[in-house]
Design a protein around this ligand. Structure first.
Ligand code: TNX
Length: 523
């Protein structure tokens, strides 16, 4: 029966059930290279009238002669990304060997206007050219190329992915607004395996984040092996709702650090102190100044535990922890928490933070702390992470930089709607538009863009038990925060963003990334 006939015969049923067409592929599952969706939006993008470029069987990836290990790795990652869905060989060839037809070319260019992470991307019918002053810039350029390709480029099966690999002709010049574009994962309230953390890193890389802050110690669990203090992880291994949760050996941690570094993402480890330290105190109850004895804790209360600031053994313990952490962390920063201290006096707190800052410095690192640390004397190299934004002036008057994570905007553990099962609500409902519509440079009175080191989206895990739940909270707010931290304010536009982010959902489905189908997005 042809379709018209089906409808004709079913004319009465139609009134009840509607006229069913023969099954067809939903339009959003088809390639539409006219609709471009790059997130975060580039600083400048000019499309040309020229025909598209196409990746073909014969395409090669050209790298500069004598490319550094970093550049070669970026080329390999591009090839790896493209080979599975296209089924093409895509050999990597060194520039000057033999002229290739219609290549993808990676180039290091001496362009100060692109900063340390920017890139330029040019597409003509005959080539794709990505140039950048650094390998990090090339890597970001590759993420843009990936997003310019049909979404099926995220498929692992060329048998299913089809043959059309067009990239529209255009010119992009791009670099980030802020140096620190971070996400935080709380692996203490609930533990996340190394593989889960890698999955999160994959999402961060796609959206050009460059920091993953790991919240490694809280009341419920202490998650990093410290060889000189081996009982920390064993005595301190619970999680919300019960345990055990798990911990990273130093070799696990090294694996995470390397996986992130390969994607130009720096790990910033946090051991929260002096409060949020119940798990630590399970091994060292004699160091407790808290309001409760350090008993196993699997609830979600905060502020009751504290390390004693007036005991030298406290600093001996912290010296061991921070020394080992510094040695296994290539990034410049160690995060010492410092939030929500309810069991100490202000004087005790200040004394504590100043001594810990000295320990961090002694081990060659810079200190980051939640904004309460600004009550203490901060070094100008220290960073104050704003979550309530009521102490910014203390930090600013000492020359410290602000890392912007305001609860109502950047906390992606807040619920996306009042009826959601996942997420907390103390900072309000944070729908994707709320997370998008703000300017980090003007959010704090008295601060200017120059005072802001960047933006970070914390994902606290009281209600989050695994990476699937984490992704449900993170998507689509992580791409939103990515754009807040990368794209110049004047070029950000909610209405445009909501349409662009809708076009990423088919990619997430191929990548196996869970997401919240926000009613604010035209999926
Ligand atoms: C506040 S924000 C906390 C965390 C909680 C979070 C839940 C901050 C520095 N401390 O201990 O996990 O709220 O949203």
């Amino acid at each position: 029966m042809n379709r018209r006939l089906t409808c004709g015969v079913a004319i009465i049923a139609l009134l009840v059930a509607g006229c069913r067409k023969a099954p067809s592929i939903a339009p959003h599952l088809l390639t539409d290279s006219a609709r471009i969706s790059v997130i975060p939006a580039p600083v400048s993008m000019t499309r040309s009238r020229a025909p598209s470029y196409s990746i073909k069987d014969s395409t090669t990836i050209i790298v500069p002669a004598a490319a550094s290990a970093d550049v070669t790795r970026v080329a390999n990652m591009l090839a790896f990304q493209l080979r599975a869905p296209t089924g093409f060989a895509l050999p990597i060839v060194v520039d000057t060997v033999a002229p290739s037809k219609a290549p993808i070319r990676l180039r290091l260019a001496d362009r100060t206007d692109l900063g340390s992470e920017g890139y330029a991307l040019g597409v003509t019918p005959d080539s794709v050219s990505i140039s950048a002053p650094t390998a990090a810039g090339l890597f970001h350029g590759i993420q843009t190329l990936r997003q310019l390709l049909p979404f099926r480029i995220e498929s692992e099966f060329f048998e299913l992915a089809g043959k059309n690999w067009q990239v529209p002709s255009l010119v992009i010049t791009d670099k980030p607004r802020f140096a620190w574009r971070g996400a935080m994962l709380d692996v203490s309230r609930h533990f996340f395996s190394v593989d889960e953390v890698k999955q999160y890193i994959d999402i961060l890389a796609l959206y050009k984040f460059n920091v993953l802050h790991l919240h490694l110690g809280d009341d419920q669990g202490f998650r990093i092996e410290i060889k000189s203090r081996p009982t920390l992880v064993s005595a301190g291994d619970l999680q919300v709702g019960g345990g055990p949760g798990g911990f990273y050996t130093q070799s696990d941690y090294g694996e995470i650090v390397r996986y992130a570094a390969d994607r130009f993402i720096t790990i910033v480890p946090e051991i929260d102190m002096p409060a949020h330290s119940n798990a630590m105190l399970r091994s060292y109850p004699q160091l407790s100044c808290g309001r409760r004895a350090p008993a196993p804790y699997t609830g979600i209360d905060v502020g009751f535990s504290a390390l004693c600031p007036d005991n030298d053994s406290t600093y001996a313990l912290l010296d061991d922890i921070l020394r080992e952490l510094a040695a296994m962390t290539p990034g410049e920063y160690l995060h010492i928490g410092g939030d929500e201290v309810k069991a100490l006096t202000k004087e005790q707190y200040i004394r504590f933070i100043e001594r810990v800052q000295d320990i961090v410095t002694k081990h060659g690192k810079k200190m980051v702390g939640w904004e309460e640390v600004a009550q203490a004397r901060l070094l100008p190299t220290s960073v104050s992470q704003q979550w309530q934004t009521d102490s910014a002036h203390n930090a600013l008057s000492q020359g410290a930089k602000l890392l912007m994570s305001p609860g109502p905007k950047a906390y992606i553990d807040m619920r996306q709607n009042p009826y959601a099962e996942l997420g907390l609500r103390w900072a309000g409902i944070n729908e994707v538009r709320t997370s998008y519509d703000w300017d980090p440079a003007t959010y704090v009175p008295g601060a200017t863009e120059a005072n802001i080191i960047g933006v970070e989206a914390p994902l606290w895990s009281e209600s989050v038990r695994n990476i699937t739940a984490a992704e449900y909270l993170a998507m689509p707010r992580l791409p939103s925060i990515a754009e807040v931290s990368w794209t110049p304010q004047a070029q950000r536009n909610w209405d445009d963003f909501r349409k662009r982010v809708a076009l990423h959902a088919p990619r997430w489905r191929l990548l196996g990334i869970n997401y919240y189908p926000s009613p604010q997005i035209p999926w």
